[in-house]
Write a protein that binds this ligand. Structure first.
Ligand code: HSE
Length: 297
């Protein structure tokens, strides 16, 4: 292991309203990670989440990396891993999925690519618990995925150049909590409400149809339960809807809005203002979908 390997992995937004645990989109926001030979496992991050991540060598990325070595029956002497992170952590922007995918791709490259795309997707899904973020983090684009007896079944679509506004309120909101607040079962009416909308959202995203996206991007099985626990969340969500098609990004707390390009700055400021009026700081960005998933640079 003498080479230096550089991997880039995109942020992702899962669910996209009605597509709970099965729809996800890669965004043009990247974590870049280098792997090089060393005498022991060393990890260092700069950028988003660095303070938290630099507390030790055990994190999702290093776990994924070592997992590949074990799985392939290869001994890991050491590796120096350096991450430059743009993806906001604990935001609903797939930072965990990006860490897993970076670790898997880095180790796979180091070992001469013994694992194929299907295996990587299945390992990543196993580590994350659901495929909706890891699939687009690996493949880019919009990915519809399910798990069945045979593993992960998916279809990937490329999207037109949407303008996407993301606003993250700086509040404590763990994915664990975001799942714990969900009901154990949903009604037939709410299931029907979501099924049709999930199909239409996919169609609208693929065709660049903002009117259809705005009409269909709604949900009754996770957003209502989550938004009420996110301080300012419901009000920000309603404001975002005035600018475009809106959803809670992943499990939240970020709000994602698909807007006409000329309204992006106004939408970003308007959504952020709702949180800031309540004394909640925000981080926001304007981005677009990424056709590329995780790849070696
Ligand atoms: N589909 C997942 C959820 C994404 O909404 O909980 C976050 O991991």
């Amino acid at each position: 292991m003498s080479r230096m390997i550089k991997i880039r992995v995109p942020a992702t937004s899962a669910n996209l309203g009605p597509g709970f645990d099965c729809l996800g989109l890669a965004l043009d926001v990247w974590n870049e990670v280098t792997f090089e030979a060393a005498d022991q496992l060393k990890y260092h991050a700069i950028g988003e989440g660095a303070e938290k991540l630099n507390k030790g060598n055990r994190n999702l990325l290093t776990k994924a990396f070592t997992h590949v070595y074990k799985l392939c029956g290869r001994e890991l002497v050491g590796v120096r891993i350096s991450a430059r992170n743009e993806i906001l952590m604990s935001s609903g922007l797939g930072s965990s999925a990006a860490a897993i995918v970076a670790g898997l791709l880095g180790a796979n490259e180091m070992l001469g690519n013994p694992l194929g795309a299907k295996q990587l997707l299945e390992i990543a899904t196993g580590m994350e618990g659901h495929p909706d973020n890891v699939a687009p983090a690996l493949m880019g684009g919009l990915v519809v995925s399910i798990t069945n007896h045979d593993g992960v079944l998916y279809r990937r679509h490329e999207l037109p150049n949407w303008t996407i506004v993301i606003v993250k309120p700086l509040v404590e909101w763990l994915t664990k909590t975001a799942r714990a607040v969900l009901p154990r079962s949903v009604s037939r009416a709410d299931s029907i409400f979501n099924i049709g909308r999930a199909v239409l959202v996919t169609d609208a995203l693929r065709n660049g149809d903002l009117d259809l996206l705005q009409a269909a991007m709604d949900d009754r099985i996770h957003q209502p339960y989550r938004l009420k626990h996110i301080s300012g969340g419901m009000a920000a969500y309603k404001t975002a809807k005035q600018f475009g098609a809106t959803a809670l990004s992943g499990a939240g707390p970020s709000i994602i809005a698909f807007v006409p390009p000329e309204n992006a700055e106004r939408a970003k400021a308007g959504i952020a203002a709702v949180f800031e009026e309540r004394g909640i700081e925000t981080k926001s960005l304007i981005t677009k979908p990424s056709k590329l998933g995780g790849h070696r640079v």
